[in-house]
Design a protein. Structure first.
Lengths: 256, 226
């Protein structure tokens, strides 16, 4: 979108925000709907463990290269049985959060002693993401949804164009590249809570070292049959004396 | 400024999540198989994702391409199948489903389902049938087919090994394979192992479904994970 007064007025007067198309000064229709994200969250990690699901994310929301918000909660409970974590555009995540709250509230108001399980909520979320993609107006998020219901553990992901799948361990953004290999190596189905948290912390540390939009302030969400808990923020001990960080440009060509 | 709109790369509503599908028809059976890898660029999203979808006791579809479109297509056809069953008191035959799939794909001719499908099953006489499609619904009944990332690697092997009549013959002969179920299964397993070696989007696991008069029998084997 052009950040000039003229363009803003043009869009406003032609109701461009509603239709997603604007007639420019040359009379042709230009689709302006497609966005790019402004305030973004980085990776989210998720694993199944013995008693349920663990999700982890840092609390940063960046505005381009500025770390604008450092206490942004990117993990949210959904109903009684599930938790959702999102990377990407945070305002879209907030809107999704509202939609899911409406869904679970309506479900609760039926008062029929049946609640939507994580699979059903994920299905609903998949359809929302796909339908927005069909309108060329995506919700710019990569979302992890985890939950436990009737003893069955569920961990799923959905991308901004509607690609979705389940797995025993999942990650968005940089986590897909940096954390997933470690999770593939270390994950076991019978991990205890301590082992699960330790594994996530190991991955979060790698992300802190190597992802420039991450901060050393995290939350971990736990879902078990009993319900959802989201931890208070915590930090992980870092070690910048590691050999890999000494003389980083020693063998790099062309650097000084 | 000519039109005053900033130029920048736009997002795409499509992506290719990879995968390979195969279907082979015999005289009284049909084999439908697909790998279980879901990819994005050079990343593997998951190793355990099924590309097979049972539409009825006589029709199984395998699809690769853009996973969100594949899933939507599966849901669409499943809903239509259920509606047909309730209206007509019997499930859709495989040839009927074949036509429905073609129509469904063409319906979105100007915003296609990025989905490459093979449909396998038994026709109304109990003989194996395979239908192969492109993304916008162009289809034909054939004796065997593959679609997806590894299709170019696998198709020549099937042409060579299945001992089917040549599709170039005139008058046309049926191209279903004269091989037995077991022989065809071995070829399926070998072709996927070969495609896995040379193709990054194929691997992790192989799901095979065999449809015959006794019903649907499922099998799973590991493929190389590199």
């Amino acid at each position: 979108m052009e950040h000039t007064i003229e363009a803003f007025k043009r869009e406003e007067s032609l109701g461009a925000r509603h239709s997603g198309a604007a007639a420019a000064s040359d009379g042709k229709i230009h689709i302006e709907r497609t966005q790019y994200p402004y305030v973004t969250g980085s990776s989210v990690l998720g694993i199944k463990y013995k008693d349920g699901i663990l999700l982890a994310a840092d609390m940063a929301a960046s505005y381009g290269s500025t770390k604008r918000y450092k206490s942004f909660q990117r993990l949210k409970p959904v109903g009684k049985h599930a938790v959702i974590g999102a990377s990407g555009e945070m305002s879209d995540f907030q809107q999704i959060s509202t939609m899911l709250d409406e869904l679970t509230l309506r479900d609760q108001m039926w008062d029929d002693s049946n609640t939507l399980g994580p699979h059903e909520i994920h299905s609903y979320l998949n359809r929302i993401m796909y339908q927005r993609r069909n309108k060329f107006d995506p919700l710019w998020n990569n979302i992890i949804l985890g939950g436990v219901k009737n003893g069955k553990k569920y961990l799923g992901v959905v991308s901004m164009i509607g690609v979705h799948f389940e797995d025993d361990h999942v990650a968005t953004g940089f986590g897909q590249h940096l954390a997933r290999p470690e999770l593939r190596k270390q994950w076991r189905a019978d991990m205890t809570l301590e082992e699960g948290v330790r594994l996530l912390e190991k991955c979060l540390l790698v992300l802190y070292y190597r992802d420039r939009s991450s901060i050393n302030k995290y939350q971990i969400a736990k879902v078990t049959e009993e319900g959802v808990t989201i931890s208070s923020p915590f930090a992980i001990e870092t070690n910048w004396e590691l050999e890999a960080f000494q003389n980083p440009t020693k063998n790099a060509e062309g650097s000084w | 400024m000519a039109h005053g709109f900033k130029e920048h790369a736009t997002w795409s509503p499509y992506e290719n999540n990879g995968g390979t599908c195969v279907a082979i028809a015999g005289s009284d059976y049909c084999i439908v198989a697909a790998d279980t890898r879901l990819s994005l660029g050079y990343s593997i999203l998951t190793r355990g994702h099924s590309k097979l979808f049972k539409l009825s006791d006589t029709a199984v579809m395998a699809s690769s391409g853009f996973q969100a479109d594949v899933r939507t297509l599966q849901k669409n056809l499943e809903a239509r199948q259920k509606g047909y069953y309730h209206q007509h008191g019997k499930p859709m035959s495989c040839p009927a489903m074949a036509q429905l799939l073609s129509n469904t794909l063409y319906y979105k001719r100007f915003f296609p389902y990025y989905s490459f499908n093979v449909l396998g099953g038994l026709d109304t006489e109990g003989k194996g049938c395979v239908y192969t499609y492109d993304a916008v619904g162009s289809y034909e009944r054939t004796g065997y087919s593959t679609q997806g990332s590894g299709a170019e690697l696998i198709m020549p092997i099937l042409d060579n090994q299945l001992k089917s009549a040549s599709p170039l013959l005139y008058p046309p002969r049926e191209t279903a394979t004269p091989l037995t179920e077991q022989e065809a299964l071995e070829i399926v397993k070998d072709t996927f192992a070969s495609a896995t070696e040379r193709q990054i989007y194929t691997g992790d696991g192989l799901e095979i479904v065999v449809i015959n008069k006794d019903g649907i029998h499922k099998e799973y084997l590991d493929l190389k994970k590199d």
